[in-house]
Write a protein that binds this ligand. Sequence first.
Ligand SMILES: Nc1ncnc2c1ncn2[C@@H]1O[C@H](COP(=O)(O)OP(=O)(O)O)[C@@H](O)[C@H]1O
Ligand SMILES: [Mg+2]
Length: 332
Amino acid sequence: MTEPRPELERAREIGRVVADLRTRFVKHKRYLRLAEEFDLLLYRRRAEIEGGLKSEARGLVVIGASGSGKTTAIRRLFAKHTDLHLPRPDVEQADVVSFLVPAPATLKSVGYDCLTSLGYPLNRDRTGAVIWSKVQTLLSERKVLFLHLDEVQHLYNLKANRESQAVVNTLKSLMQRPDWPTGLILSGTNELQSLVNMDPQLSRRLTPVEFPSIDATTHAKEIKGIVSHYSEIAGLSVNASELSSSNFARRLIHAAASELGLVIELIVAAIEDALLRAASELDKEAFARAFARRSGCSHVGNPILADDWRAIDARKLLDGAGASLIGPGVAA
Ligand SMILES: Nc1ncnc2c1ncn2[C@@H]1O[C@H](COP(=O)(O)OP(=O)(O)O)[C@@H](O)[C@H]1O
Ligand SMILES: [Mg+2]
């Protein structure tokens, strides 16, 4: 018989708690707005189809920096919608189809990926025009109401204006196709806005939903709420004298490059740190260590601790490290 190993059991338990926190979703204001705008489009489109009306489709353009929470919010919106057919094997109809535009991307490579995700691999030798025409046929056959493309800025090339114009024309033609127009949900960073702005006909059809960066004035209270709620789930108390100060909220937001999604990631990472040290309380040190683990920074360069924290470029440190804030740390 094998010996019981309490430290292994403990590591497993921590793994479970952290995994649970990571699957949770904070219903922030921007999510509610996204859901509202999406429903407007969905039900308008359904009504048009029922009424036999022929009109052009519309869509959304979701803009925010990396880490603001776009992908998580859109995924959640589709997954939790009670009235959407998501793609399933062996079922032809799909109300929404979603996929990521990888970097680097060309119009042709995206068309090809689109075809593959619609279940129709085509020979790569075909031209971009043939591929996109096939995409349109499939969207119509599968009755796709909305096509979601994530990280669309990868299709924007400032130096190749003609290529960007071709992208805009292709996207527009999906929404204008007379027999089956497909609405677009485009998400990405600011460069996506520049792409959309290239063409007034395209931008007019896309309702903007922004995921702006945050500051302590607007978000300190919400963040404090997330810290207490998540700590409670993890069985930790909160060191209120350290974590309730407005100075801490400002430091935390700064450490997360002023992006709401990254703030939540950092909170989970700090909780993981506290659990791994068998602490009963979540304190400032746990946040400092979580940030250091992700960015590899020293005490002096750590926005949670440093005197001149405002001068630290947290985005650069986080991007430089390239890893997730929540390390592989514990075994599941
Ligand atoms: N609403 C949310 N609730 C909980 N965690 C979130 C939420 N939004 C974002 N996150 C966290 O922030 C991280 C970054 O969000 P993500 O959606 O990938 O941002 P973006 O797509 O804008 O770059 C996610 O991995 C997730 O951990
Ligand atoms: Mg994303």
